[in-house]
Design a protein around this ligand. Structure first.
Ligand SMILES: Nc1ncnc2c1ncn2[C@@H]1O[C@H](COP(=O)(O)OP(=O)(O)OP(=O)(O)O)[C@@H](O)[C@H]1O
Ligand SMILES: [Mg+2]
Length: 234
């Protein structure tokens, strides 16, 4: 099985990395039948791992027995490599959730990631930090002969927060500096903070089907990470 190691990651804190990695993992697993492992690299908080435990404790035993779930692993600098080796070839996606801040620990973890998706906010102050993070990745990982990193993409998260015309202007400016933006944006929705941010249950089949809805974003991630295979096949 071809395993892809991916992460919604970035230097900036509190921009939705964990929320979206959880939703991505849960929905790739349930809606698109992908084998997935989610690695919680937010040592020592391990909020994703703890969230899964809380969610399991909140449902009754019968429901628990019938439930199919993907694994969530706690990882740190000392065991990340071995944990990846343990799953490599056995799952479609290894998804790693990093904390914010470009720490030494994060850099060590980034060495293993093949596709990075950076959430981008509209705040002008963030443009610099996100752009710098992108350049750091590009010069240290993408253009490095021994790289594993194959692609870096950026996307807008919490899209509703900004006016559409402002977004268009901003996107135009960013496009002109040739940043690899994803076609799809992630809107700001209360339900992404609550019901849909769940490690056990996916988004219902009949929800999020519109052009600007998050299933499109998940599909684009799958497309972007399988591009190479398609190119080879053609
Ligand atoms: N698209 C969205 N719609 C609604 N709420 C969102 C969205 N994206 C992020 N949030 C909310 O923003 C807050 C921060 O998100 P989250 O914890 O996922 O960020 P993070 O980047 O992982 O932070 P950290 O750097 O601390 O790890 C949370 O309350 C989350 O639910
Ligand atoms: Mg986080």
């Amino acid at each position: 099985m071809e395993t892809k190691i991916i992460s919604i990651a970035g230097e900036k804190g509190g921009v939705g990395k964990t929320t979206l990695n959880i939703m991505l993992a849960t929905n790739l697993f349930h809606l698109y039948s992908k084998k997935v492992v989610l690695m919680d690299y937010d040592d020592p908080q391990y909020s994703v791992f703890k969230k899964r435990e809380r969610e399991l404790n909140s449902i009754d035993e019968n429901e628990k027995n019938d439930l199919e779930i993907y694994p969530i692993e706690k990882v740190s600098t000392s065991n990340i490599k071995n944990t990846i080796i343990q799953y490599y070839g056995k799952v479609d996606y290894i998804i790693i959730d990093f904390h914010g801040g470009l720490t030494q620990e994060m850099i060590e973890g980034l060495m293993f990631v093949e596709h990075i998706f950076i959430p981008f906010d509209h705040d002008e102050l963030e443009i610099d930090s996100t752009y710098n993070f992108y350049l750091t990745l590009k010069s240290n990982f993408l253009e490095n002969e021994e790289r594993v990193l194959k692609s870096v993409h950026l996307f807008f998260n919490q899209y509703r927060k900004i006016q559409k015309n402002k977004f268009a202007v901003l996107k135009g400016q960013l496009m002109s500096v040739d940043l690899p933006f994803m076609k799809n944006v992630v809107k700001e929705k209360e339900i992404y903070r609550t019901q849909y941010r769940n490690t056990l249950f996916p988004i219902p089949d009949n929800k999020e089907l519109g052009e600007l809805d998050i299933k499109k974003f998940f599909k684009e991630i799958m497309e972007l990470t399988s591009k190479e295979i398609k190119e080879l096949e053609n």
